[in-house]
Ligand binder design. Structure first.
Ligand code: ADP
Ligand code: MG
Length: 356
């Protein structure tokens, strides 16, 4: 009869590596709540995101590792996640938001909003707490794509009246589209843009969120700058079509974020490039080439599918409406890759603090 000890369990689990962080799950502190009762073993593995793309693989490896310990007859293993975020203080604009992720593109019409909405929904479906902010104040399209249009409720707080985000498909969202009348055009001046972006952050009760996805206006205007100055950005996702022209513009927006980062002394990681409308008249592969050239991760490609457009128009994002379509599967993979990139950058930041 073998007595199983906690030490034996931890030793066995050291063979399981997190492929993103390149360390074993024991030294990463992911193994929790080990309980041993004779041959019965139970424990948890707490990952840094519920959207981890290799969750099932890690679970299987951990299960096999502990089953090989002499004396272990039964294993109950629970996979959980705790998104570790930027350290915030109460005076910060968004103290409860762990990661602000901006979705940007060099020009309009490449599917930036479609990608933002579907990434938000895909992340939320994994169990993450996700919110969505429409900072594309020139063409707010998220109300249409999420199928909601209503005035947000107001709530009195010690800091004054604030807007309660609107719930759609399990996601809290805010858009200028909720506040403007359809027929009213807004002529924007620079300071108004900055003020509006600030209000969308500070006058909305965003609460506790793992990820706040921000749909930026296309191009290199005032909105991205304001956003980067107001909140710590976990990073930016760049959407492009395979087309050469779109690529060059996307390159410009990547360079723009690098300049903003240098100018403000803040780090704004480019979390990766998404190629959208792949396989169309635009061809395929442009996004990957651009990502390689700019030395940023390539997150994946979304095919051009009529259904993506129809789903958006119907207010039901493709990952919900046709979860098994090629486009939806691609988006879910991209969401996993994105969550991995966020975890990697956060881990590097945390390690840098410790070794400083
Ligand atoms: N992969 C795709 N396949 C088919 N249609 C798409 C795809 N991605 C986006 N669209 C459609 O293209 C149009 C522009 O997309 P949108 O997300 O509004 O772009 P942007 O926000 O960059 O201006 C929308 O009608 C949208 O439904
Ligand atoms: Mg848009």
């Amino acid at each position: 009869m073998h007595d199983v000890s906690e030490m034996m369990v931890l030793d066995a689990l050291r063979v399981v590596q997190d492929p993103d962080l390149h360390r074993d799950i024991v030294s990463l502190g992911f193994v929790k709540d080990i309980k041993i009762c004779e041959g019965n073993l139970s424990f948890k593995i707490e990952l840094t995101t519920p959207a981890c793309p290799v969750k099932d693989l890690l679970k299987q490896q951990a299960y096999d590792a502990v089953m090989a310990i002499p004396g272990v007859t039964q294993v109950a293993l629970e996979m959980t996640a705790q998104v570790r975020g930027t350290k915030t203080a109460p005076q910060d604009l968004l103290p409860g938001v762990r990661h602000v992720i901006a979705v940007a593109s060099g020009k309009g019409g490449v599917g930036k909003s479609t990608v933002a909405v579907n990434l938000a929904v895909a992340l939320s479906r994994t169990g993450a707490k996700v919110a969505l902010m429409d900072a594309d104040i020139y063409g707010p399209s998220l109300p249409l794509m999420m199928g909601v249009k209503q005035r947000p409720m107001m709530k009195e707080t010690p800091e004054g009246a604030k807007m309660v985000p609107v719930m759609a498909h399990g996601i809290l969202m805010m858009s200028l589209g909720f506040l403007l009348d359809d027929d009213k055009a807004v002529i924007w001046r620079g300071p108004m843009v900055a003020g509006t972006v600030r209000q969308l952050l500070s006058d909305v009760l965003w609460g506790e969120q793992d990820y706040l996805i921000v749909d930026l206006p296309p191009g290199t205007g005032d909105a991205p700058l304001s956003l980067a100055q107001l909140v710590p950005l976990s990073g930016v996702v760049i959407v492009m079509t395979p087309q050469q022209v779109a690529q060059d513009i996307a390159n410009k927006s990547i360079l723009m974020f690098r300049t903003v980062a240098e100018g403000s002394g803040k780090s704004i990681p480019i979390l990766g490039v998404v190629e959208n409308m792949s396989g169309s008249v635009f061809g395929t592969g442009g996004g990957e080439t651009a990502a390689a050239r700019l030395k940023v991760p390539f997150l994946g490609r979304i095919p051009l599918e009529q259904e993506v457009c129809a789903a958006g128009d119907a207010g039901q994002p493709i990952v919900l409406r046709s979860p098994d379509s090629a486009a939806a599967i691609a988006i879910k993979e991209i969401a996993g890759a994105l969550a991995s990139q966020v975890s990697i950058h956060q881990y590097e930041k945390d390690s840098a603090v410790i070794t400083d």
